[in-house]
Design a protein around this ligand. Structure first.
Ligand SMILES: O=C(CO)[C@H](O)[C@H](O)COP(=O)(O)O
Length: 227
């Protein structure tokens, strides 16, 4: 799925992030069109002799890594030194993720990593988070979780598949509610509340997790660092 800004801007960000990966590193491989540029750049680096192992966060990133020759491992066997991943929106280092419905594994890998490097094109930057928050739910929990989201003032929308009738089913066999909360004034509070709802597997708010943001524009990249 193509989302966000130009392909050139995504490439700037993705290729910039790939350069932070050191020889011998274990790398979390995020999901999405911007991260795909980082994975392809890592494939080229491997071809030139870089020794890395990738931990994919989705079927999509696993297949791309295999295609471009990045050797793979798992969280059972290795711990990532760095994770590279995209975002649907970034504000002050906080993120909304999950446009590719992979945020549960993405958060798992990001949390395990020593360093989380986020790659976005400049259309994703905002002063405050305001795009709908993807919430992965157990299939049986879809209706009760939607009711709780509405009570919280959100508008839940079951994500539909693009090429068939019916909902998107995640790599984990669950469903996704895209929950519109308008402008999110208290990301920490909302993240805590969402995590506590029974039936929620994971939500797409990544608060205080990013260490670096590589922001691509058509012909440049800037790097923001967070303590
Ligand atoms: O969170 C994600 C997948 O779950 C992606 O990283 C996010 O949706 C950004 O994707 P893209 O780089 O294609 O805009």
């Amino acid at each position: 799925m193509k989302r966000g800004g130009s392909e050139a801007a995504k490439r700037q960000a993705g290729e910039s992030a790939a350069t932070v990966v050191e020889d011998g590193a274990v790398v979390g491989l995020g999901t999405g069109s911007t991260t795909a540029h980082a994975i392809r750049a890592l494939g080229e680096a491997v071809e030139s002799g870089l020794d890395v192992q990738g931990i994919p966060t989705s079927y999509q990133s696993r297949e791309l890594a295999r295609e471009v020759g990045v050797p793979l491992t798992t969280l059972d066997d290795a711990s990532p030194d760095v994770a590279i991943d995209g975002a649907d929106q970034a504000a002050n280092g906080d993120l909304v993720k999950g446009g590719g419905a992979a945020h549960a594994r993405e958060k798992l890998v990001a949390d395990a990593a020593d360093r989380l490097v986020i790659v976005v094109d400049d259309s994703k930057l905002a002063d405050a988070l305001s795009v709908p928050v993807p919430v992965e739910v157990l299939p049986d929990a879809r209706t009760p979780v939607a009711a709780r989201i509405s009570e919280l003032g959100g508008e839940p929308d079951l994500r539909a598949a693009e090429r068939k009738d019916g909902p998107v089913v995640t790599d984990n066999g669950n469903l996704v509610l895209d929950c519109d909360f308008g402008t999110i004034d208290d990301p920490v509070g909302l993240a805590t509340t969402l995590s506590a709802i029974p039936g929620v597997v994971e939500h797409g708010l990544f608060v205080g997790m990013a260490d670096e943001l590589h922001v691509g524009s058509a012909d440049d990249v800037t790097v923001q660092r967070f303590d």
